[in-house]
Write a protein that binds this ligand. Structure first.
Ligand SMILES: Nc1ncnc2c1ncn2[C@@H]1O[C@H](COP(=O)(O)OP(=O)(O)OP(=O)(O)O)[C@@H](O)[C@H]1O
Ligand SMILES: [Mg+2]
Length: 240
């Protein structure tokens, strides 16, 4: 079996110099990272970890899990590892960058900033130059239109075809760009799989089954996002 983790390929970085983010406000933030526009390129973004959050998650872990250390809770480290996965590295080795980045922001690896290490990636924008909205926001604002539905199905076919592994798909981790002939989805967070599943990737048929489960769960999640029943996601899942 070929080891795809030793010399992973990423797209090339803008600079190796430290980037100053101190004068900037993040354009968005999730529970784990703050997202900044790259000071040298408006089409790239830099994601910096919010360390307080790693500390809080670590404290909530069982003593056994704490033995595994804090690094596994670092979303930037996880994201780098996620890009080492077989399906992505295969596309890049075969110069098939188009398939890998069709629904993922191009990934440039880690870079030093004044706020610590950041992951550098493509910033997905819309035709008018605005930063692309999340699928969650679009569903809330306009519902699941036929065009959006087409975009979702295209994204799911890409997952099945490329066999790129993701964690649970969440509508706030997908953004939608209108720069194409129909809405195109990009997964901006939640790439990869936990350590053991990612290591099982070489077992024939395993990744297809893993991906089918993720897709099934995502469909349920979309049904929940559109439902007006007032149920929590946990209760909704338990009932379906
Ligand atoms: N490459 C990108 N292009 C456009 N918008 C992005 C991009 N990356 C992130 N965003 C926006 O920033 C938000 C937060 O980013 P991200 O999901 O990476 O943070 P996080 O802290 O890891 O999230 P979570 O709370 O899900 O763990 C996203 O929901 C999205 O709206
Ligand atoms: Mg997120």
């Amino acid at each position: 079996m070929k080891n795809h983790t030793e010399t992973p390929r990423f797209a090339s970085q803008k600079t190796k110099k430290m980037l100053n983010l101190s004068n900037q406000q993040p354009f968005a933030q999730g529970s784990n990272r703050k997202c900044y526009t790259h000071p040298l390129d408006p089409n790239r973004c830099l994601k910096v970890i919010r360390p307080q959050n790693i500390a809080a998650r670590f404290e909530r872990q069982s003593p056994a899990k704490r033995l595994l250390g804090k690094k596994r809770l670092n979303d930037n480290a996880q994201e780098i590892r996620a890009h080492h996965q077989r399906a992505i590295q295969q596309c890049l080795e075969q110069n098939d960058e188009g398939s890998a980045w069709a629904h993922l922001p191009k990934f440039y690896g880690s870079v030093q900033t004044s706020l610590g290490k950041a992951n550098e990636s493509e910033l997905i924008r819309c035709a008018d130059g605005n930063i692309a909205p999340t699928l969650e926001r679009l569903i809330k604002e306009q519902g699941l239109t036929p065009e959006l539905h087409q975009g979702i199905e295209e994204f799911l076919s890409w997952m099945r075809q490329t066999k790129i592994l993701t964690r649970n798909l969440l509508p706030h981790n997908l953004v939608v760009s209108d720069r194409f002939d129909h809405p195109r989805l990009f997964l901006v967070d939640g790439l990869g799989a936990p350590t053991i599943p990612q290591a099982l990737d070489f077992v024939p048929g395993w990744s297809s089954r893993y991906i089918s489960r993720k897709i099934e769960r995502f469909r349920k999640r979309l049904a929940w996002e559109q439902s007006n029943e007032g149920l929590s996601w946990e209760d909704f899942q338990a009932l379906r």
